[in-house]
Design a protein around this ligand. Structure first.
Ligand code: UD1
Ligand code: CA
Length: 466
């Protein structure tokens, strides 16, 4: 868009109706701060610079939203008009048009901003105002028009007369103003209203009163402009956003078997022909390759997954998984883990900070922590790396082609050479050289006929059976 188009995003409010200890702008919506969505849409529309008005919890909000924006401080939250006044000194001197958006309306798209800007420019209006026709307009400012249909002002819900409350056309808090017009009108706002605030919405009445042209742009899809004032609206807007993300993945070649139980954050990337089974959660900076099957019942956070993997009924955090890997059911893969090509991880296995070599198998009831496992190594059922001595963590290094028998206890620090064998049930305390067998268990004694002899001795003593 035009180089002299800039934007102001209002994100200073406390969000009282959220009933939260945290500022509304950074309440999480699908893993992202609520206000980041509006900012992203503006960026995608090519608007620059973006001025964000912060106030309540300003430092925390700035940190969550990032350094790429200009910030204006509204120390006291005296209303949306007052918020915009604080941003005016940060506008580039040559700004021609200013988009204004509320930071609490995350469903907005770049096209909404483009349309608003175009309608302002094409009509040479002082302001293009985005409105929506809602079945239930409760809580929104209502658009007032004269008998010719021209916009003459906006009345807030709390100031509205009963007949005004019946108006279904609402202000959505998205505007495109001519910069000079906005600069002139803001100082004329008053706070003589039900909330004692400087309302940005009153600028519209001021402009109309001067005979300036105010045009409206009505969104074909009113849901794009919905705001979040309480947690129920957060849930509903979150649902719409989630469905939008799932649809986008489907259109790009991902099968989503059950959208109702699939949770994919906007930061996630997925390759073609991957199938997402029900109750799957893909979060954070997760990148999944092509032709995978994920789920049912899978949680992935900040994971990199290669092609052709089958991950199901498991919890996986900050792990890198290469190609042709299978994990599940009931595995817990924790940060710092790398599963190389063709690894198989099975049920009731916990792995933390371990590099598992190509083709290795860890199939049952195992804990591996702070270890390196070589290629093609087999970790038997019930194997435990004892990585913690109560004070420090120690590493276990296991070579290629090692066979670790069931129920081995590997007491770190420990190195097991390539091709070694560890006998089942062995607590291993010392390094094992390559190609060697380590066996560490007491020998078994078999007492032949012991049971029969005991029975006979009880009979001859005339003892009573108990
Ligand atoms: C506002 C509009 C209303 C519109 C609705 C659409 C006003 C007076 N009312 O009402 O007409 O229908 O949005 O969603 O503009 N903020 C500040 N500083 C302040 C007050 C608010 O930065 O002093 C920010 C908030 O953080 C929020 C945005 O402005 O992101 C809107 O404020 P909010 O209190 O949610 O206004 P609404 O009651 O929704
Ligand atoms: Ca709002």
């Amino acid at each position: 868009m035009a180089s002299r188009l800039t934007a102001i995003v209002m994100a200073a409010g406390k969000g009282t109706r959220m009933q939260s200890e945290r500022p509304k702008a950074i309440i999480s919506l699908l893993g992202q701060p609520l206000s980041s969505y509006v900012l992203r849409a503006l960026e995608q529309a090519g608007v620059e610079p973006i001025i964000v008005v912060v106030g309540h919890g300003a430092e925390e909000v700035k940190q969550a939203l990032g350094e790429q924006y200009r910030y204006a401080l509204q120390a006291e939250q005296l209303g949306t008009g007052h918020a915009v006044m604080q941003a005016i000194p940060h506008l580039p001197p040559d700004a021609q048009y200013v988009l204004i958006a509320a930071g609490d309306s995350p469903l907005v798209t770049p096209e909404v901003f483009q349309s608003l800007y175009e309608s302002a420019v094409q009509t040479d209006a002082a302001c293009a105002l985005a409105t929506a026709l809602l079945d239930d307009p409760t809580g929104y400012g209502r658009i007032l028009r004269n008998e010719r249909g021209d916009v003459i002002g906006i009345v807030e819900e709390k100031d509205a007369a009963p007949e005004q409350k019946a108006i279904r056309e609402v202000c959505t808090s998205f505007y495109c103003f001519r910069a000079d017009v906005l600069r002139d009108a803001l100082p004329r706002l008053s706070n003589q209203n039900a909330q004692g605030e400087y309302y940005l919405t009153d600028v519209i009445g001021i402009l109309a009163g001067q005979g300036a042209l105010v045009v409206t742009w009505q969104s074909p899809d009113p849901t794009l402009l919905l705001g979040v004032n309480n947690r129920w609206e957060l849930a509903q807007v979150g649902h719409t956003l989630r469905m939008r993300i799932l649809k986008q993945h489907c259109l790009e070649g991902v099968t989503v078997v059950d959208p109702a139980t699939t949770y994919i954050e906007p930061t996630v990337q997925i390759g073609r022909d991957t199938v997402i089974e029900p109750n799957t959660h893909l979060r954070g900076n997760t990148v999944v390759g092509a032709n995978c099957t994920l789920g049912p019942d899978l949680y992935l956070q900040d994971c990199i997954v290669g092609d052709n993997c089958h991950l199901f009924r498991s919890h996986i955090l900050q792990a890198r998984i290469e190609r042709d890997v299978s994990v599940g059911p009931f595995a817990h893969i924790r940060p710092g883990t790398v599963l190389h090509n063709g690894v198989r991880v099975g049920d009731f296995v916990e792995i933390k900070n371990v590099e598992v070599g190509e083709g290795a198998k860890v199939l049952h009831l195992t804990y591996l922590g702070d270890a390196t496992i070589g290629k093609g190594t087999n970790i038997g059922a019930g194997t435990i790396t004892c990585n913690y001595d109560g004070e420090r963590k120690h590493r276990t290094v296991i070579g290629d082609g090692v066979f670790v028998g069931s129920h081995a206890t590997l007491i770190a620090p420990l190195t097991i050479g390539d091709g070694a064998y560890i006998a089942a049930g062995s607590p291993i305390t010392d390094d094992v050289p390559p190609e060697s067998l380590a066996i560490a268990r007491s020998y078994q004694t078999v007492k032949a006929g012991w049971v029969r002899k005991r029975r006979e001795s009880k009979h001859s003593a005339g003892g009573t059976e108990q």
